[in-house]
Design a protein around this ligand. Structure first.
Ligand code: COA
Length: 373
């Protein structure tokens, strides 16, 4: 029997702190009017002290598990798509796994910038479709505010923090992720880049002095690239899924810039009423933007079971991609009484105790075995 990968849970987490365009105008030489007219962004959320990519991701994950009515222990795989991981290694996915106490889950990070959520969805869906796993948590989580140069008005106006999570589950019922398209063009690598801090240019006092640990971007080139590839990827994903554009209820694009989205919609001949946009309130949250927009559209009743959706994204790499989905929501057989988010504090205590027990066991092992291996 053919297996399908359905999106059965969804959740988001955004920091409480809001930075408006007027706030930014007090920090750099810009205006609310300029930012709105060039980008459509009015405000963005910024992570506070104690918040991080993993903490936002873990909260979004528990909300998604609650919707799917499954517990962290049911998760087979966690993929965290991020460009602002907590560390180069270990993966942020492993930190999320520990924070939610997902005892049997494999975990890895996926680095494909703003396109990452689509690629992560595709990877998880394929693992489910082959039968190698049954349940996956796919996260897009970012704290790009930590990589932004707050003195560079060409980039600091764009980005915001946040996380979104989908639960994917296998079923023989047709639907879920029907197709995906993944593309890359590394010849444009320098157009959107954090130059230092990796193995090519390790962090030194000089790289910090030169600001090479911040996001650097050629805005106009990225703009042109984005409008070109969004149409192409959307059409390819729809064709692969055996749909037509007329049958698509919602296009949910990466939320980078209102003008990019409007240009792409015009080229696709899709009216803006069928395009989900929420970047005015969140800015560009990179790989978190597609789940953030999707979850809002579910909550306000726009996206409903049976809808046909295309997710389309683009970003650094350069990378771009799209996925066509038949939205089914909660699978009929999954009606269990599990509330990972309602009992968030309890789950946090459980996960912390679990983590400390594992650390303690390692400590005792170290005492017993000493320097012997
Ligand atoms: N406030 C006021 N003026 C600004 C400004 C700001 N925040 N940022 C740039 N400017 C100025 C520039 O210095 C330039 O001034 P000049 O003409 O005196 O040299 C002028 O505005 C026009 O700059 P330009 O870069 O041509 O603006 P733009 O219309 O291309 O808009 C972006 C800039 C960044 C908003 C736009 O290029 C963009 O959105 N690109 C895509 C970026 C993106 O989405 N990246 C993420 C991809 S995942």
């Amino acid at each position: 029997m053919k297996r399908y990968a359905h999106i059965t849970g969804w959740g988001i987490s955004v920091p409480e702190r809001v930075l408006t365009n007027d706030d930014l105008a007090r920090m750099v030489d810009t205006t609310d009017e300029w930012i709105i007219s060039r980008t459509g962004i009015r405000q963005r959320h910024i992570a506070g002290d104690g918040q991080s990519t993993a903490s936002l991701g873990a909260e979004a994950a528990l909300r998604a598990l609650e919707v799917a009515k499954i517990s962290p222990g049911d998760v087979d795989l966690i993929i965290v798509s991020t460009s602002s991981p907590e560390h180069l290694f270990p993966s942020t996915a492993s930190l999320v796994q520990d924070r939610i106490g997902a005892g049997k889950a494999g975990a890895f990070d996926l680095s494909a910038a703003c396109t990452g959520f689509i690629i992560a969805l595709s990877m998880a869906a394929q693992a489910i479709q082959t039968g190698s796993i049954n349940t996956a948590l796919v996260l897009g989580a970012e704290t790009l505010s930590r990589l932004v140069n707050w003195e560079d008005r060409t980039t600091c106006i764009l980005f915001g923090d946040g996380a979104g999570a989908f639960v994917l589950q296998g079923s023989e019922q047709p639907g879920g992720i029907l197709s995906s398209v993944m593309r890359s063009d590394g010849s444009g690598a320098d157009l959107l880049i954090v130059p230092a801090g990796g193995s090519k240019l390790p962090t030194t006092p000089q790289t910090v002095q030169d600001g090479l640990h911040y996001i650097h971007m050629n805005g106009q080139e990225v703009f042109r690239f984005a409008t070109r590839v969004m149409k192409q990827a959307t059409e390819e994903a729809i064709e692969l899924a055996g749909m037509t554009l007329d049958e698509v209820d919602w296009v949910i694009p990466h939320q980078a810039n209102q003008r990019i989205i409007e240009t792409a919609a015009k080229r696709l001949k899709v009216p803006m009423e069928r395009v989900v946009v929420n970047l005015d309130r969140y800015g560009n949250t990179s790989t978190a933007s597609i789940p953030l927009a999707t979850v809002e559209a579910i909550r306000d009743g726009r996206v409903q079971s049976g809808d046909r959706i295309v997710f389309v994204g683009f970003g650094a790499g350069l990378t771009w991609g799209a996925a066509a989905v038949l939205w089914t929501g909660l699978l009929a057989e999954e009606k269990r009484l599990i509330w990972p988010y309602r009992f968030y504090n309890l789950y946090q205590v459980y996960a912390r105790v679990r983590s400390w027990v594992l650390r303690f066991v390692r400590f005792i092992e170290g005492v017993i075995w000493g320097k012997r291996v």
